[in-house]
Write a protein that binds this ligand. Structure first.
Ligand code: ADP
Length: 454
C-alpha cells in the first residue's frame, strides 16, 4: 500500500480545515526525512508540482557538515539546488501531528530535470527497473529494532548521553507485562502508522532492557523503504511527544545487545512467488538459489550500505545474534542469511547483517543488485551451514570495520556496474568522511583507560 491520500482528498481536507500543513520530504544519505513544511494552500496551488532544496542534502553528514571531496557539489560549485519532485502516490496523512499530511519527493537535477543518480530513492528505482526487465518484482520487509529510554532527547543530550536509562529494567523479549508499560508510545506508533497507510503487523519487546521491535507487512520494494523511513521517523516523534527518547543506534552500550534491521526478500512474477518450487529442496526455486548465491558472493562488496558508521561495526559480536559470516542457514539466527518460510509459498531469504542505522533504500538497492548479479551469472548456491556459525572458521567474514568496508566498497566492480562509478565514488567519500571525523575524536574509553595509567 503506497500513500492513502489522493490529491483531491487533500484539497477537500484543506477546504474543510482538516489539513493545513504538508511535509514535503526528500530522503538523505542517512535515510532521514529532509524538507519543508508547506501551508496546504501553497502545496495545492504550486509546490505539489515541484519545489527545491540545497543540493548539499546529499553531501552532508549527521551533523550537517559540508565535507569536501564530493563531485556533485562543493563550496567551489556554490552549493546549488536540487528539484524536489513530490511523488503524489506517497501522499498520506500524518495522524500523530495535528492537521498534517506528508509527501515523499524524488530529487532531480535543477537544470536538466534528470533524476539525481546518488539519491537513495533513485538508487532503489534503478534496481527495481533492472529486476522488472528480468520479469520480476521484489517484495521486501524490514524489521525495525530500537531502544526506548525513560528520559527525553533533550535531557539525554544535556547529560552528555551519560545517564541513559532504558525504559524497562529487564530483558523484555516477547514480554506482554513490560510492553504494556510502553504502550503510551507503542500503541500510537502502531495505530497512527496504520492510519497513514503503513501496514503494521505488530510490535514486540526485544531481547534487551528497553528494546522494542516493530514489524511491518512486506510490500513492493519502494513501498517497503518508504514505510521503514516513515515508521522510524514516527517512533522518534512519538517518543519525543511523550517526553521519552528512542535510538536506532546499532550499539549504545557495550554490555547490551545491539539493534538490527533485518531485511526479508522474495521475488514475484505477477502473483506467483518466484522463489517457491515445491519440487525442490526446502521448496526453493532455482531462481532463489541463484539470487541467494549473489547475496552471499557479494556481501563484502555491499557491507558498507548495511553498516555505514563506526558504531555499526560494534554490533557484530560473536554470540550476539548479529552475524559476521557470509553463509546461509535454514532457520538459524547465527548466519548472515537465513531461509524463512521453508517449503511454503512465503519462502524467502532474510539478510541479518544490517543494523538499525541502515538507510533502507540503499540497503535494499544493494541487496537487489547483488541478487540480480547472482541471477545473471547463474551462481550456484553452496549447501546451508548448520550449527553455530560464529565457530565456523571456513565461512567468509564480512568486513569488521568501517575502514575495511570502505575499501571493499571502493573496489566493488559489481556495485560500480550496477550503479555507475559516480554513485559509488560518492558513497565512498561519505564513508571516508565518517572515518576521518571519528579519527579526530578522543573517546571516553581512551580517557578512562589511559588518563592515569598510561
Ligand atoms: P521473524 O520470525 O523473523 O520475526 P516474521 O514471520 O515475523 O519472521 O516475518 C518477518 C517479516 O517477513 C514480516 O515483516 C513479514 O511481512 C515478512 N514476509 C513474510 N512473507 C514474506 C515474503 N514472501 N517476502 C518478503 N517478506 C515477507
Amino acid at each position: 500500500m503506497a500513500g492513502n491520500l489522493s490529491f483531491e482528498d487533500l484539497k477537500s481536507a484543506a477546504k474543510s480545515g482538516d489539513l493545513d500543513t504538508v511535509l514535503v520530504c526528500a530522503v538523505d544519505m542517512q535515510g532521514r526525512l529532509m524538507g519543508k513544511r508547506f501551508h496546504v494552500q501553497n502545496f495545492i496551488d504550486s509546490s505539489h508540482d515541484e519545489t527545491h532544496c540545497c543540493n548539499y542534502l546529499l553531501a552532508t553528514d549527521l551533523e550537517m557538515a559540508t565535507p569536501d571531496g564530493y563531485a556533485t557539489t562543493s563550496w567551489r560549485a556554490g552549493y546549488g539546488d536540487y528539484v524536489m519532485k513530490p511523488d503524489l502516490s506517497t501522499l498520506r496523512r500524518v495522524p500523530w501531528l495535528e492537521g498534517t499530511a506528508m509527501v515523499l519527493c524524488d530529487l532531480l537535477d535543477h537544470h536538466t530535470h534528470e533524476p539525481v543518480p546518488q539519491s537513495p530513492r533513485q538508487m532503489l528505482k534503478t534496481q527495481i527497473a533492472r529486476l522488472k526487465e528480468l520479469g520480476y518484482e521484489a517484495m521486501m520487509a524490514t524489521e525495525l529494532e530500537f531502544f526506548l529510554f525513560e528520559q527525553s532527547f533533550r535531557d539525554l543530550a544535556r547529560s552528555g548521553y551519560r545517564e541513559l536509562t532504558p525504559i524497562s529494567a529487564y530483558n523484555e523479549d516477547y514480554h506482554i507485562l513490560q510492553t504494556t508499560k510502553e504502550e503510551a508510545i507503542m500503541r500510537p506508533v502502531r495505530n497512527h502508522l496504520f492510519v497513514a497507510g503503513i501496514p503494521v503487523e505488530n510490535s514486540k519487546g526485544e531481547a534487551e532492557t528497553g528494546q522494542e521491535e516493530l514489524n511491518i507487512r512486506y510490500a513492493e520494494a519502494m513501498d517497503c523503504a518508504d514505510h521503514h523511513t516513515i515508521a522510524k521517523h514516527a517512533v522518534k516523534e512519538i517518543a519525543w511527544a511523550n517526553g521519552r527518547a528512542a535510538t536506532f543506534l546499532p550499539k549504545w552500550n557495550r554490555n547490551k545487545v545491539g539493534s538490527a534491521a533485518h531485511v526479508h526478500m522474495s521475488l514475484w512474477s505477477g502473483k506467483t512467488p518466484a522463489f517457491h518450487d515445491p519440487d525442490r529442496k526446502h521448496g526453493m526455486s532455482e531462481l532463489m538459489g541463484h539470487f541467494m548465491a549473489g547475496l552471499i558472493e557479494y556481501a563484502t562488496d555491499y557491507t558498507w550500505f548495511l553498516a555505514p558508521y563506526v558504531n555499526s561495526y560494534k554490533r557484530f559480536m560473536k554470540g550476539s545474534f548479529a552475524p559476521t559470516r557470509t553463509v546461509w542457514s535454514v532457520d538459524n539466527r547465527t548466519a548472515g542469511f537465513r531461509l524463512c518460510g521453508e517449503g511454503t509459498k512465503a519462502v524467502r531469504v532474510e539478510c541479518r547483517i544490517g543494523g538499525a542505522d541502515i538507510n533502507p533504500y540503499l540497503a535494499q538497492a544493494v541487496l537487489l543488485a547483488a541478487g540480480i548479479r547472482g541471477l545473471e551469472e547463474k551462481l550456484e548456491l553452496a549447501p546451508p551451514t548448520t550449527g553455530d556459525v560464529y565457530e565456523n572458521a571456513e565461512a567468509r567474514h564480512i568486513p569488521s570495520t568501517l575502514r575495511d568496508a570502505t575499501e571493499t566498497l571502493r573496489g566493488s566492480k559489481m556495485l560500480r556496474a550496477a550503479f555507475g562509478d559516480a554513485v559509488i565514488d560518492h558513497y565512498v567519500r561519505c564513508a571516508e568522511w565518517e572515518q576521518e571525523e571519528f579519527d579526530k575524536a578522543v573517546t571516553d574509553w581512551e580517557i578512562a583507560r589511559g588518563f592515569e595509567r598510561a
